[in-house]
Write a protein that binds this ligand. Sequence first.
Ligand code: ADP
Ligand code: MG
Length: 354
Amino acid sequence: MFEDKEPELTPISKLGEFGLIKHLTQFFPILNDSTELGVGDDAAVINPNGKKVVLTTDVLAEGVHFNLGYVPLKHLGYKAVVVNLSDIAAMNAKPTQILVSLAVSNRFPVEALEELYSGIQTACNHYKVDLIGGDTTSSNAGLIMSITAVGIEDEENLVKRSGAQPNDLLVVTGDLGGAYMGLQILEREHAVFLADPDMQPEMEGFDYILERQLKPEARTDVKATLEQLNIKPTSMIDISDGLASEILHLSDQSKVGFRLYEEKVPMDNLTITTADEFNLNPVMTALSGGEDYELLFTISPNDFEKMKNHPDFTIIGHAVEKEEGNFMVARGSNQLVALTAQGWDAFLGNQQND
Ligand code: ADP
Ligand code: MG
């Protein structure tokens, strides 16, 4: 996918490992006071100034987590940062630094890594985080990238997965299922392209869900909105694997059950019509699709009035005693559908029984 862009490509060997690191990291200014020493020494130095340090890391492997046949490297770099910042946001912490490690095969020229780093840089600027280090090595097969994110936050602001109580309200940001349907469109059009490279992909009209898949955002903004509302969630998680799976995590760590109301699950119209086109039950794309990177949290029922009409948030259910289990209340009936982590097959089975 790079061949037709640049007339002359630079093999990594021309710069060497150290030259490459310098080249890729030269345009990353330090934005945070907590960053005392960034790229270039044996290790970075950060100063949390009496606050807590929150750490998370994610590995992305070519062919497992991304397909460079249809994911541009710039988007991959951006998204790789976002998925980590989403985990920091899910702790209600402010993301401040990242480290980026790469294992890269020699099929990638320097220009490809420049694309990747321009996406990483766009994310660093947008979210005001500093690139403070990483590691670079060669790989025999494809590209593997690991990003570690650092967040710094006052202890009293941190929110864990544990902490939800029975009767707490279950709240979600944004809308769900879009990233999964965007992936279905990309995979369909990629298959068409592989079968006949002269065919033009039909991506028109799918912008919103394609963007949800290719350029997701981390909800680092939610922390400030909750502060304005004077609400501190009792538990929180980000939605990387699908709503059902994340509800089960909150359930597990908080030792409560949940009731989720199908009719409340926020979904964009395009997600619904595209799911219909693929003969998928739309709510299943929210429950089991994943990669939406919205935040799922619980609040005290006392905060209901403060939260109820806010456009950024949807109340989708509530916590119950652990013994009552985790169920979705089906639309238009009071039928309870068990929430399961690997939704698809189980849910499709359930549907046929309806
Ligand atoms: P060492 O041999 O001690 O591990 P490196 O030569 O790997 O040192 O790294 C030198 C500096 O460059 C360090 O600050 C390291 O964190 C940084 N670095 C290495 N690879 C990357 C990368 N892919 N992205 C950002 N910084 C990197
Ligand atoms: Mg190293």
